[in-house]
Design a binder for this molecule. Structure first.
Ligand SMILES: [Zn+2]
Length: 342
């Protein structure tokens, strides 16, 4: 079996990593001190409060754990730093092509002096700094979180599109659009106009679905949003005709085994359906989701795939090549990464 060092050295493509789920503990502490923020816990308690080590009772409880990182993402400088460190962390995991996602409405919530423009520019500038320092290609995915007011999400969608199509430095890096957060208490139809708007502006569509819900939500999301990729989608595993449809349509699943275990969406790592999807020929990518929050790195997720699902070096090469070809970044960048790294 591949050693941890051998896995780290493998070139990787990661398509599903959240900026606000990937903030270093020392960065949280420094930003809180710098901005005089009360995190509601002592420095000693921070590691316990800002990370999840054991499965929580459900996805909703895990989503609440983001409150600490949400607080410290409070200024242009703070967000730029975290974006840069995300690129650095990914590079150290062996990532050659990264798609990093962030939700302006979530980051700006409760902060009167922080708007979408400042957030988007900070992320673009932090990523730019990372790409100048490291040989890595980075794309950005703008997220609207389902439970937020529709008007807030509508404004965020328009702002994301304005930057993606605008002239800000490296704004072409904004290449995707995502729906995230709990899909239990929402109406799927409500988000169709936002998805259509983003798709017609040229952004690649991915949606979080079938994480803690069921196969019907995955099917509904595919029918309504026509996404090119799906975040998780693991509840499709029990629906044979849906699996065939996914394989035939070439939709890619962005899979995150540890995250699904910690949110109680699978009962154990061993029972994760990743090997089932792989055997069925459904394109998939291996991702860390919220690595710092979940106290893991991407190398850890590959170790799981090797140890529990029997994947070997050739499997990882195949998976990563497929992941690069499903990236939302422009053709020339994807081709160059495939040629030079895989
Ligand atoms: Zn996610």
């Amino acid at each position: 079996m591949l050693t941890r060092n051998a896995i780290r050295a493998l070139p990787k493509c990661e398509l599903h990593r959240h900026l606000d789920g990937s903030v270093r503990l020392e960065t949280i502490a420094e930003l809180a001190a710098h901005h005089n923020l009360d995190l509601g816990c002592s420095d000693e308690e921070l590691a316990e409060r800002a990370t999840i080590g054991e499965p929580m009772s459900n996805l909703q409880e895990v989503l609440q754990s983001f409150s600490i990182t949400q607080k410290v993402l409070c200024s242009y400088d703070a967000i730029k730093r975290v974006a840069f460190e995300n690129v650095e962390d990914a590079f150290r995991d062996g990532v050659k092509l990264l798609e990093l996602r962030f939700a302006p409405p979530f980051i700006s919530a409760g902060k009167n002096d922080l708007g979408n423009d400042e957030i988007i520019e900070a992320v673009l500038d932090g990523v730019d700094q990372g790409m100048e320092k490291y040989p890595i290609q980075v794309g950005l995915i703008g997220i609207v979180p389902r439970p937020f007011d529709y008007s807030v999400n509508h404004r965020a969608t328009e702002d994301i599109i304005r930057y993606a199509r605008g002239r800000y430095k490296h704004s072409e890096r904004i290449c995707g659009f995502d729906l995230a957060d709990d899909e239990l208490k929402i109406t799927h139809e409500k988000f169709v106009p936002l998805i259509n708007r983003a798709a017609s502006a040229g952004l690649g569509i991915t949606v979080h679905t079938g994480e803690n819900t069921d196969a019907r939500c995955v099917k509904k999301s595919m029918d309504l949003y026509k996404p090119r990729r799906i975040g998780h989608g693991i509840q499709a595993a029990g629906d044979d005709s849906l699996l065939n449809r996914m394989r035939d349509s070439g939709i890619m699943l962005e899979l995150c085994p540890t995250s699904n275990w910690l949110t109680h969406s699978v009962s154990s790592i061993e029972e994760h359906p990743l090997p089932l999807f792989y055997r069925r020929g459904i394109p998939l990518s291996i991702n860390s989701d919220d690595p710092r929050l979940m106290n893991i790195d991407l190398v850890h997720e590959y170790e799981i795939c090797a140890r529990y699902y029997g994947l070997e070096s050739d499997d990882f090469t195949k998976i990563n090549r497929e992941a690069v070809s499903h990236s939302f970044l422009p053709d020339d960048i994807r081709k160059e990464v495939l040629k030079t790294c895989f």
